[in-house]
Ligand binder design. Structure first.
Ligand code: DOR
Ligand code: ZN
Ligand code: ZN
Length: 438
């Protein structure tokens, strides 16, 4: 039986080991992984000798802005950044302008993303100020609900014990995961200096927020997902409370690999929430991710801002950094440098993110799964923001050496990106919205 596409003689990870294999794709799905020499006939063959053939990364935490903030990013530039970065599915956060609190706004986002997409795009929604106003009709089009205690989507919302219970109950009843940004600082508080900023968004405040949601979770049940864990104390808390996989967590490459002390105090380029912490924190996060497995996935928290908003003194700078084009190169550098086993890379960047959001048929290269594939060259390069497809080009990883370069990205079996070029027009490849399998 012939296949549509054969990725021939690449390096595939089999039983955790680099193995020469060919990958067959039929009707947008993985057909089989073949021993080299045993391949069927193919309509099209791409020679992948010397290249790694991996599942595309699934980044379940991005801010693609669009609509009212398309000066920072839109679905075209954001999903191009994903494709160029080896990310084949992104899930877009609801803190856009306007925020996603109604199905009308979500429909607008879906329409825009359908027109502009280069990869698969899924969505989250927020909870209105009065939780009872949550629009349940939005459920089939979202993959989860997100709460921002420190920066609510509607001014004046206070995330205390009752609100945490209300959000948890909505999610339990609709079988959606509740995601939250763990920060119990007072919304709207204006820090006077760097120390004030760090005290406001401290590890204690992160842990306090996690405890609030853990308590709601233990009372109501359902699924709770902790966004961008940044401190040792927060990671320990999660490890201690993970009796079941109804509690999941994510970490970013910047919290894994950078510390606040790597930057001078006045530098706004690395300003992000949660802030970069200490070396000890990042070391513990790496242990929690691959040793202890108390953190499930790695996400970019791609949060684009304009140069004018970033290239200013720290206190004035906007929080957030672009990450779609650095996630895969940075994490694969951990693999190639021997600090992260292949199985952990595949779990935290590909299969676990799909599992956390119940995205079926994605995240592994197995028969019947979507042919979302990234082909990577092992090559030493340097991260340069100027090379990004994203509108946001100020990165705290500027000048950093990496050992991996995504060279080809396939979405649903279609070659979307190849060696710096886009091979399809906007709005042709990928699925919008990505839905959960129920
Ligand atoms: O630094 C951040 N930027 N942290 C967040 O939680 C939000 C994000 C943004 O939307 O800019
Ligand atoms: Zn956040
Ligand atoms: Zn975020």
């Amino acid at each position: 039986m012939s296949v549509d596409l054969l990725l021939k003689n690449g390096t595939v990870i089999v039983d955790g080991k680099e193995t020469a294999r060919s990958l067959g794709v039929k009707a947008g799905k993985i057909e089989a992984v073949y021993v080299v020499g045993n391949e069927p006939a193919a309509q099209e063959t791409v020679d992948c000798s010397g290249l790694y053939v991996l599942p595309g990364a699934i980044d379940i935490h991005v801010h693609l802005r669009d609509l009212g903030q398309s000066n920072k990013e839109d679905y075209m530039t954001g999903t191009r950044a994903a494709a160029a970065g080896g990310v084949t599915t992104v899930v877009d956060m609801p803190n856009s302008d306007p925020p996603v609190l109604t199905s009308r706004v979500l429909e607008e986002k879906i329409t825009s993303a359908q027109e502009k997409r280069f990869v698969n795009v899924g969505f989250y929604a927020g909870v209105p100020k009065k939780a009872a106003d949550f629009d349940a009709s939005i459920t089939p089009n979202i993959l989860g609900v997100k709460e921002y205690p420190h920066s609510p989507l509607v001014q004046g919302t206070r995330t205390g014990p009752q609100r945490a219970l209300d959000c948890m109950r909505i999610c339990f009843e609709l079988d959606l995961p509740l995601l939250f940004h763990p920060d119990s600082s007072k919304p709207g508080a204006v820090p006077e200096d760097l120390n004030d900023f760090l005290a406001l968004h401290s590890c204690d405040n992160e842990a306090k927020s996690i405890k609030l949601f853990l308590s709601a979770h233990s009372e109501i049940g359902g699924r709770l997902h902790v966004c961008h864990v940044s401190c040792e104390s927060a990671a320990r808390l999660i490890g201690e409370h993970r009796a079941e996989k109804s509690l999941t967590a994510e970490v970013t490459p910047h919290h894994l690999l950078l510390a606040g002390s790597d930057f001078i105090d006045s530098d706004g380029t690395a300003k992000v929430l949660p802030p970069l912490r200490t070396r000890q924190d990042s070391e513990w996060l790496r242990h929690a991710l691959s040793g202890q497995c108390s953190i499930d996935c790695v996400v970019s928290d791609h949060a684009p801002h304009t140069d004018q908003e970033k290239l200013v003194p720290f206190l004035k700078a906007a929080s957030g950094i672009p990450g779609l084009e650095t996630l895969v190169p940075l994490m694969l550098t951990e693999v190639f440098d021997g600090r992260l086993p292949w199985v952990d890379y595949l779990r935290c960047c590909c299969s676990a993110p799909a599992w956390v959001l119940r995205i079926g048929n994605k995240g592994v290269l197995t028969k019947g799964y979507d042919a979302d594939i990234t082909v990577v060259q092992r090559e030493e390069t340097v991260i340069r923001g100027a090379d990004f497809q994203s509108k946001a080009r100020v990165t705290p990883f500027e000048g950093r050496r990496v050992l991996a370069r995504p060279v080809m990205t396939f979405v649903g079996g279609e070659l979307v990106y190849s060696y710096g070029k886009f091979m399809v027009g906007q709005g042709t490849a990928g699925r919008v919205p990505v839905r959960a399998t129920r």
